[in-house]
Design a protein around this ligand. Sequence first.
Ligand code: ATP
Length: 359
Amino acid sequence: MTKEYSIAVLPGDGIGREVMDAGLAVLQAVSPKIHRTFDARAHAAGAQHYQESGDALPEKTLAACRAADAILFGAMGLPHVRGADGTEIIPQLDIRFALDLYAGVRPIRTFAGLPIPLSDPRAAAIDLVLVRENTEGLFYSRGRSQQEGDEAVVDPMRISRAGTTRICDFAFRLAERRKSQGRPGHVTNVDKANVFHSMAFWRRIFEERASHFPDIESSSAYVDAMALNLVLKPWQYDVLVTENMFGDILSDLVAAMVGGMGMAPSGDIGDDYGLFQPAHGSAPDIAGKGIANPTAMILSVAMMLDWLADRTQDNALADGAQAIERAVARSFSSGAVIPFEFGGSSNTADITKAIIANL
Ligand code: ATP
């Protein structure tokens, strides 16, 4: 009997819905090739749903995420839809906390055939993964801001031993896996240990954990120096691990290094659940035009299959992930499609069609 996997699908808002259609089309196209089927069901959540119902993340949707084998997420949030306190509706953060998806995993690599912003030819070898701590750090302050009348607001940052240990271990295990595939096997810790006690504590734990992974090299850098080096010599990094807010900022920076948000997939992974989504947001400026680059979403589908393969020891899923990655690479290296984002004229449908044809 063909094995079936249940996928909870949260298309969300703006281009989230458009790229999700593309991702699901690729998932269904790969399915017969690996003899696995996917029961992908869509569930409501997001800013538009909040506008319609007053609930950005229904309990029913969270329950469906918990019941599924994996979660696919488009993008959520619309600038004009805001809660009572003036902040945007961002249920993706609530999902991360609710399902304890502590590791934000953002792989970045270049694809032959697409222009990259850095002119140094070594930039063609960019192949790194940014691992962002997702559940504490400065984002811990969400809902915990201390308001001092109308004079000041204090947002606390939390770095815990347990939270830092598990994210550092995640990064080291990822580096081990990448090393077994021929990559350098190096974890770079990014912090600001020279200023903040919390970050000095983070660094101490990183160094403790590094001693448990003797086959993996490790080093530490301050986040300001890292911002510089990621532009000057990004090709020299393998796995980076950092606190939540630094990770939020650096993940957009690394996406830009390979040409744009439409190329950057991501996974939000915990011990019990995995959610996969493009690193970009709902992009209201281009929503509804059919020109969003669906590659980040499609590569997120590949990441999901890889993660599921690891969890279930079902190698057919890993084959599916590789087939998708190869099809993406071939679609661009052949020059068949160039996304709008890169100054080309291939729209969402053109890119999806090319990738499916190359599977
Ligand atoms: P968020 O804070 O919700 O992550 P953001 O403020 O980072 O969102 P995005 O929605 O990611 O903003 O968009 C940033 C820019 O990148 C916009 O100009 C948008 O049009 C562009 N962009 C994002 N995703 C894509 C895509 N898939 N294809 C083409 N352009 C994109």
